[in-house]
Design a protein around this ligand. Structure first.
Ligand code: PLP
Length: 405
């Protein structure tokens, strides 16, 4: 079949593919444990539900402006003021179909074919594919010191004459690492000096642990004018457990936001009015659900760390935020795809292979599920991987026999 070069270069989202695999197994009644998930399990805030229901009840569900309804823009402006101490205008804001679309249209607005966008590795799986969708090239910068905390030299080394933008995602998917203030300050100043766009993917910025405070990139900029090349990304998916609502946003200079709106207008138009109303409800409503979620995730992280630290052969660094950790299983198997397949086949535990995030030998494990799932999932993995495990494992009534070494 004849397909475009771009279509042929794009691989399916591995996390979405895994979700499908888990769903198929579950439908067959298999006791799958999903440690690959990318969404919190808590309920959507009631204010979001009520706001959607109120609009639905009007029975007049129409097109929304391509860049977002005024009420959502206002809520995003207030959010930006509260968390970033920066007052922006409605023309500095675009609401999109998830943070994913906000990043995508930002890249489409700033990248020409063959130009490059640099991001630290491990990285979110979609960045390289989004660059490809622009005909551009994603360039991963793996920290030289082997940690998950890049230094500015790691970025500098990857920036060349074709580089137009840098993407920073902190706290990071998949590692949970929250980059230091020093690094954020360095990267803001470096991008300003080199006239590069800086896309700050702050989607997890409120889901952080150990008393840490969100880092505000604007604290380090000298440029508050309409020439600022910082594009700030956020959304309701993670912090309000509203992944299915598909609302994210970007804050940037008026020209880039206008370009993004033009692109989005021809792509999808604005996000559904119902979902924009829901986001307004969440942003303007009672905020306790965010802190409840954060506390639950911190507790879940602690449980997962205890379990992994007692797992001989596994190396893991403690995440500062998000709901992921990125553990090194290379002592068992260096090929993370193989390992992930092995775990789903033998013990029905779903994990995401590190190779998808640009680092082999690792697995991304999520702790956004229940404590029971986390505990049982890691126990099953231990049983499957540790050669000293007993020969048999019971999952409910089912007996698994270890017939591999
Ligand atoms: C780092 C990162 N950025 C952006 C997104 C996209 O979020 P949304 O659901 O708002 O599109 C995700 C979702 O997994 C993510 O992990």
């Amino acid at each position: 079949m004849s397909l475009s070069q771009i279509a042929k270069s794009i691989s399916a989202s591995p996390t979405l593919k895994l979700n499908e695999k888990a769903a198929v197994l579950r439908e067959k009644g298999e006791p799958v444990i999903h440690l690959g998930g990318g969404e919190p399990k808590s309920k959507v805030p009631m204010d979001a539900i009520l706001a959607t229901a109120a609009h639905l009840n009007t029975a007049e569900i129409r097109y929304a402006p391509a860049d977002g309804i005024p009420a959502l823009k206002k809520a995003i402006i207030n959010y930006t003021e509260e968390f970033y101490n920066r007052r922006v205008a409605p023309e500095n804001v675009i609401a999109s179909g998830g943070a994913k679309q906000a990043i995508m249209v930002a890249l489409q607005a700033i990248l020409n074919p063959q130009e490059e966008v640099v991001y630290p590795a491990p990285y979110w799986v979609s960045y390289p594919e989004m660059a490809k969708l622009c005909g551009a090239i994603g360039v991963a910068a793996l920290p030289e010191d082997g940690s998950f905390y890049p230094r500015i030299q790691d970025i500098e080394q990857r920036v060349g004459s074709y580089t137009r933008a840098v993407i920073i995602n902190s706290p990071n998917n998949p590692t949970g690492a929250m980059y230091s203030e020093e690094f954020i300050s360095d990267v803001v100043q470096f991008c300003e000096k080199r006239d590069l766009y800086l896309i700050m993917d702050d989607i997890y910025h409120r889901l952080i642990f150990d008393g840490k405070k969100p880092i505000n990139c604007y604290n380090y900029t000298k440029d508050f004018s309409e020439n600022s090349k910082i594009i700030l990304i956020n959304g309701v998916s993670k912090q309000y457990a509203m992944t299915g609502f598909r609302i994210g946003w970007a804050v940037g200079n008026k020209k880039v936001i206008e370009a993004m709106s033009n692109i989005q207008g021809h792509q999808t138009s604005g996000p559904s009015i119902l979902l924009q109303k829901a986001a307004v409800g969440a942003l303007n409503g009672v905020q306790s659900s965010v802190e409840n979620l954060r506390v639950t995730l911190e507790n879940n992280r602690n449980v997962m760390m205890d379990l992994l630290n007692s797992f001989e052969g596994v190396k893991v660094s403690k995440p500062d935020g998000t709901f992921y950790c990125f553990a090194d299983f290379s002592a068992y198997e260096k090929n993370s795809n193989k390992l992930s397949e092995f775990l789903i086949d033998k013990v029905m535990v779903l994990t995401v292979p590190g190779a998808e995030f640009g680092l082999e030998g690792h697995l991304r494990l999520s702790y956004c599920g229940s404590i029971k799932e986390i505990t049982e999932g890691i126990e099953r993995m231990k049983w499957a991987l540790d050669p000293n495990s007993p020969n048999e494992l019971y999952i409910g009534e089912r007996k698994l026999v270890r017939n591999w070494s």
